[in-house]
Design a binder for this molecule. Sequence first.
Ligand SMILES: O=C(CO)COP(=O)(O)O
Ligand SMILES: O=C[C@H](O)COP(=O)(O)O
Ligand SMILES: [Zn+2]
Ligand SMILES: [Zn+2]
Length: 308
Amino acid sequence: MALITTKEMFKKAYEGGYAIGAFNISDLEQLQGVLRGAKAKNSYVMIQASMSAIKYAGPDTLVAMVKTASDEIGVDVALHLDHGPDMEAVKTCIDAGFSSVMIDGSHYDFEENVRVTKEVVDYAHARGVVVEAELGVLAGIEDEVSSDKHIYTQPDEAVEFVERTGVDSLAIAIGTAHGAFKFKGEAKLRFDILEEIQNRLPGFPIVLHGASAVDQNTIAICNEFGGDIAGAKGIPVEMLRKASSMAVCKINMDTDLRLAMTAAIRKYLAENPKQFDPRKYIGAGRDAIQAVVENKIEEVLGSTNSIN
Ligand SMILES: O=C(CO)COP(=O)(O)O
Ligand SMILES: O=C[C@H](O)COP(=O)(O)O
Ligand SMILES: [Zn+2]
Ligand SMILES: [Zn+2]
């Protein structure tokens, strides 16, 4: 088993009309939950870490942990830097052994985004690492990048951006948002923009960030066992399925895993007040993450049996 790039998995996903789940982790049990879910469904997945997750775990610890768990569980996986802010972050991750990086220049103007992305692509490709970039701005708080409104990706700009940078995949803004509070009213995604980009960049892998569904039953369990999460709302599953069947080859989910782990741990501790072995309650969180990942693979991404 080894850390792999996204080249083959995205090609198969594009051709097969499904998407690969990219799940954020920052600790061992989240990692094991995701990889066990992938193994159970014989599916490709990506493990991704934000800058704050990398600071939390340590870049070398993360790489060693992902490699070892991939070996032990028996599933190949890509390890990806999520929302890399600059060249320094990218270099740290590539030098540590990540197989994929994101450079998020979406908060720059177009020309500067092209410039920083191209610089990263040159560095990464020379080392056999693939690169994701971002064009357009998602609503909500991003890691070290914040925005309070959507700026949808312009298809013309997407075409020019991909041609000039040589990037391997592109995250676009069509109405998704990071975090647990995505919509106040009706959920709306601009599938017309996705369709135009797909038509003008045939075969090119598109990435959807901010794609957690925010399961209301999970929120209810959090709140029943001492949590206080009100008004959370995610992307409807049908919309994610539709995106997976189109040019979207990678779907990012972090919030859904956080909610599932929190609900399971809150429930376990409330129901087992005498228990103080962390393996018991964190283990309940790990099982909950595995269940969510299996459900996403089966019901949202369509990537079951993508590994042959
Ligand atoms: O896009 C993400 C990480 O890059 C995560 O999105 P969610 O907050 O919707 O899980
Ligand atoms: O896109 C953002 C991710 O959900 C990462 O969040 P984080 O910076 O809290 O790890
Ligand atoms: Zn961004
Ligand atoms: Zn994101």
